[in-house]
Design a binder for this molecule. Structure first.
Ligand SMILES: C[S@@+](CC[C@H](N)C(=O)[O-])C[C@H]1O[C@@H](n2cnc3c(N)ncnc32)[C@H](O)[C@@H]1O
Length: 381
């Protein structure tokens, strides 16, 4: 792995010395997305069995196969006119690979029309993705920004993207929420400082929380989700947005016991709350507040088609038939099953991860397969 925490630490320190303390959000953004030394700029993707965390596509290709079943239904509801998929934050590219392989083998007619865009802001990641997906020559395009798609009709896919957006870290003190900034102590070690919110938008968000939560409560606010869904909605003519991530409703997010928030670092398959010693070496994530995503989506004229835990979502997508198609007969002791269990067992990703689908520009499209078993969207209000 290519780690350079010393250079990134120096860069962050120099910036603080020059312009004063930075918001935690800025610190997190540099730690994860600095083009040269950020966590996600490492050539070897830090996810996967031997990395710092395991995401669903790394656990099993069955994840991409089942999502393909849902995507086929999306295409059907779009009259199979254009078969466009745009995946944000494709990481190592396994999900894109598994989806395109599924369509090539099991939906050849749709595959002929399939165009798979991958949005990835980091240069080094784009190179890795280009290599991984080269077998699909004319079917994929790797872009830096969604705006390169122009007006878009089709399906947006984002797996474990929103939890990796940089968040504002906030804490209530003296009856009012303040924002966490990062400065330096006299030994030039990073140090947290509470200040008033850095933007009026954040202040507006926090005004709603001031009366609900007690002094000392610490949490995160992910306003990048709002920009993300606004950008998609602004360009989307008709289509669906499928997001899968760990998170919950506002009610759960701001539950009294969650008074230290959900911010967590991952390094070497272990969790850590030390984000400062080795910037660029630790993955930093925060759970997703799906009530916010729903509200901001609806403000843009989108409709929520469903919200459910990952086990129920995948369970609605013809798992037996798909398993037969993709793997044939599976031996009960096959390692294939271990990967599939990681996707659905509650101790793994089955319960922590939730799927949400928003739609735009479509009326009377009826229920979706993924929400056949359970739909908890009402809990998000
Ligand atoms: C946690 S990883 C995603 C994991 C991957 N989807 C998977 O399932 O294995 C986050 C990825 O999102 C990318 N990313 C972050 N912000 C983004 C944005 N605004 N648009 C697109 N990709 C983004 C990062 O560079 C990184 O590759």
């Amino acid at each position: 792995m290519l780690h350079n925490p010393i250079k990134l630490r120096k860069l962050l320190k120099d910036r603080i010395i020059k312009t004063g303390p930075v918001t935690f959000r800025e610190f997190m953004k540099e730690s994860l997305y600095n083009q040269d030394f950020g966590y996600y700029s490492q050539i070897d993707f830090p996810g996967g069995k031997h990395g710092d965390f395991v995401t669903a596509p790394h656990a099993s290709l069955f994840f991409g196969s089942l999502l393909s079943v849902q995507i086929s239904e999306f295409f059907e509801k779009l009259d199979n006119k254009e078969c466009n998929i745009c995946e944000f934050g494709a990481g190592a590219g396994y999900l894109a690979q598994d989806i395109m392989r599924y369509f090539r083998k099991h939906e050849p007619k749709l595959f002929q029309k399939l165009k798979y865009f991958v949005v990835e802001p980091l240069k080094k990641r784009r190179k890795v993705l280009q290599d991984r997906l080269s077998e699909f020559k004319d079917h994929f395009e790797i872009i830096e920004k969604f705006s390169e798609c122009g007006r878009f009709s089709g399906v947006i896919v984002a797996n474990e993207l929103l939890d990796a957006f940089p968040v504002h870290l906030v804490e209530k003190k003296g009856g009012k929420f303040k924002e966490v900034y990062i400065g330096l102590d006299r030994e030039e070690r990073f140090l947290e400082i509470l200040r008033k919110p850095s933007t009026s938008e954040l202040a507006g968000y926090l005004d709603q929380l001031n009366d609900l939560l007690p002094d000392g409560y610490r949490t995160e606010v992910n306003l990048d989700i709002k920009d993300w869904i606004m950008e998609i909605s602004g360009a989307m003519v008709e289509g669906f947005v499928l997001t899968i991530d760990y998170g919950f409703s506002s009610r759960e997010y701001f539950a009294p016991h969650r008074n230290r928030g959900t911010l967590l670092g991952y390094s070497g398959q272990r969790t850590t709350e030390d984000f400062f010693s080795f910037p660029g070496m630790v993955d930093i994530t925060a759970h997703v507040n799906f009530s916010d995503l729903l509200r901001w989506g609806e403000e843009q004229g989108m409709k929520c088609m469903g919200f459910t835990p990952q086990w129920a979502f995948l369970g609605g997508l013809d798992p037996d038939e798909t398993m037969q198609k993709v793997f044939g007969k599976v031996d009960p002791f096959s390692p294939i099953l271990a990967g599939i269990k990681a996707l659905i067992f509650p101790q793994a990703m089955g319960e922590t991860h939730k799927a949400m689908v928003l739609s735009k520009g479509l009326d009377n499209i009826g229920p979706l397969k993924g929400f056949n078993i359970r739909d908890y969207k009402e809990t998000l209000k």
